[in-house]
Design a protein around this ligand. Structure first.
Ligand code: SIN
Length: 286
């Protein structure tokens, strides 16, 4: 694929491309915006290196793609609440996002895309894995595709990651920057049902829409759901469907949550990692 204003160089067979020729700190003209948008649709995960962005510049870039989805529990920056800092200190043992998931699957309109910008990274480790859910769908048998086409998942945000027996809400509620931040009611919903096979609203391609927030199939018990759900979660992340992003300070990665899932690797205890995350509002999956 060729673009007028940028170059996209794939770095894995399944998904992911490095983008060059774009300075995200500057407003994008319409052609540059169209090219970035098309590169996202073509590659699902696009990586921009050597960017130098304030939170406001990252936000201006994100807003070209839609409204901003605010995390139900986690605070944004005090002076730019749409930007959520993800900070792991050398003393922290918990890694945010260290399980396969697709962002905000537990809301009725899960995030269309996420932009993560790295400010500080460990000397080694702290990479992020991505999986292509189009390929996961394409690799299923016709019989399995037919059966799954009628099924829905039931996703929960509050049970997904617990720390020391506390719910996520208990963990994050009341943190100082969050006080007074008003959230869209759609953003704070934490239980939702979605089609297991999702059609991408822009490409028309089908994806196996699954991730760690999916607790069971809708209208089935946990026990009934578990064997097939676990099979599909495992299938979706087969190595040949994945890519891996190595972060540097100044890297911004933009991924399409409608056809990918991701996993932050928690292999850098003792080191600091700081990123700024923005999630962009999405549609009702169909
Ligand atoms: C996330 O799950 O959004 C965080 C990914 C990362 O920190 O690499």
């Amino acid at each position: 694929m060729t673009y007028e204003t940028l170059e996209a160089t794939p770095f894995a067979g399944a998904l992911g491309a490095e983008i060059s020729g774009v300075d995200l700190s500057q407003p994008l003209d319409n052609q540059a915006f169209n090219d970035v948008h098309q590169a996202l649709l073509d590659h699902q995960v696009i990586v921009f290196r050597d960017q130098n962005l304030t939170p406001q510049q990252q936000l201006a870039f994100a807003k070209r793609f839609g409204g901003i989805h605010q995390h139900p529990y986690i605070s944004g920056l005090p002076d730019c609440p749409e930007v959520m800092p993800i900070v792991k200190e050398p003393t922290d043992t918990h890694t945010f996002g260290a399980a396969w998931h697709t962002d905000q699957m537990f809301t009725a309109k899960p995030a269309m895309g996420t932009m993560l910008y790295a400010l500080e990274v460990p000397p080694a480790g702290g990479d992020t894995l991505f999986a292509n859910l189009y390929l996961a769908y394409d690799a299923l048998s016709d019989g399995m595709k037919e059966m799954l086409s009628k099924m829905k998942t039931y996703s929960v945000g509050d049970r997904f990651k617990t720390a020391g027996g506390k719910s996520r809400e208990d963990d994050y509620k009341g943190t100082s920057a969050m006080a007074g931040q008003v959230r869209d009611p759609g953003d704070v919903q934490t239980e939702s049902k979605h089609p297991l096979i999702r059609t991408h609203p822009e490409t028309g391609r089908k994806a196996l829409y699954i991730g760690g927030h999916a607790q069971r199939f809708a209208d089935m018990t946990d026990a009934e759901s578990e064997p097939l759900l676990e099979y599909l979660k495992h299938h979706a992340t087969r190595p040949e469907f994945t890519c891996r992003v190595r972060w540097e300070p100044g890297t911004l990665t933009f991924w399409d949550n409608r056809c990918t899932e991701h996993h932050a690797i928690g292999d850098y205890n003792g080191h600091r990692r700081v990123t700024h995350r923005i999630t962009i509002k999405g549609d009702t999956p169909f």
